[in-house]
Design a protein around this ligand. Structure first.
Ligand SMILES: CC(C)(COP(=O)(O)OP(=O)(O)OC[C@H]1O[C@@H](n2cnc3c(N)ncnc32)[C@H](O)[C@@H]1OP(=O)(O)O)[C@@H](O)C(=O)NCCC(=O)NCCS
Length: 246
């Protein structure tokens, strides 16, 4: 399984390479589909199908997964998780809150990223790194990988902190031979992340990636032992850096 290989044992995952038109989302889930186009309905349905299979695999009681804050899935309170879909591939990953603090997964077609998108999501250092890796290891689309890594970081970050994280606010670096990446989130961005005085994510989030059958998948899982226990810094005056757009 593509996604499970990237995640630690407490995580239960489910992936699918086909559509699931037979699956009927719970009414509490379907409410967010009211005026959606067929393509969006299909991807949402596929995502919820995988999410319920993953919850089943984790051994938690069946429960609806409505769309939550800012589009994040509304998992049962005891669960953290993430959903991704791209053409021909859907996956969901879940874990018991407490064992895993934050979880984010992302799938993308293994194709070049538009230059203007790269410009938008990567800082100068990251663009230089991508150019160097594309020249040295052209078998991997490092531009697309950078984008996907940031999406996984965001999907782990937002539900855990309640804070938006802009593309230029996290700095990603790869370890090409290990199949891993690191994302550093500056202290100023992390200040004020909820819950106050409670568990906080570490400064550095670590992820893994894999390419198979034209699909590139990234995953970030923050384990309980990685919680940041240092005293919280004062909240930043502004969480949006220069040039950042939502
Ligand atoms: C939300 C976002 C991450 C989705 O990623 P995507 O590659 O477009 O789409 P995917 O199919 O992989 O993922 C979509 C799923 O992400 C999940 N998702 C949506 N918003 C989310 C959020 N705020 N937090 C966590 N997960 C979210 C949902 O489950 C969604 O599927 P669903 O609507 O069917 O339930 C992306 O559109 C986005 O808004 N990014 C901006 C912020 C960002 O990425 N910053 C990078 C910081 S380094």
């Amino acid at each position: 399984m593509l996604i499970a290989d990237l995640l630690p044992p407490p995580v239960a995952a489910w992936e699918s390479f086909q559509d699931h038109p037979e699956f009927v989302p719970h009414p509490a889930e379907a409410v967010s589909l009211r005026s959606s186009a067929p393509g969006r309905r299909r991807e949402f349905t596929n995502g919820r199908y995988c999410a319920h299979r993953a919850l089943q695999r984790l051994g938690t009681p069946a429960a609806p997964i409505p769309a939550g804050e800012r589009g994040a899935p509304g998992w049962p309170p005891s669960v953290v998780g993430s959903i991704t879909h791209c053409r021909g591939y859907t996956a969901a990953a879940v874990a018991r809150r407490g064992e895993i603090l934050a979880l984010g997964i992302d799938a993308e077609p293994h194709l070049p990223l538009d230059a203007d998108v790269l410009e938008f999501v990567a800082g100068p250092e990251e663009r230089a790194l991508v150019a160097e890796l594309l020249a040295r290891r052209p078998e991997v689309r490092w531009d697309r990988l950078l984008f996907s890594a940031k999406e996984s970081v965001y999907k782990a970050w937002f539900p855990a902190t309640g804070l938006f994280l802009g593309f230029l606010q996290a700095r990603v670096r790869f370890d090409p031979s290990a199949g891993t990446f690191h994302a550093d989130v500056p202290a100023a961005v992390r200040a004020g992340a909820r819950p106050p005085g409670g568990t906080r994510l570490p400064t550095r989030l670590t992820g893994r990636w894999q390419v198979s059958d034209g699909v590139l998948v990234t995953a970030v899982a923050v384990q309980a032992a990685e919680a940041d226990t240092t005293p919280a810094a004062a909240p930043a005056a502004s969480a949006s850096p220069e040039g950042e757009r939502e």
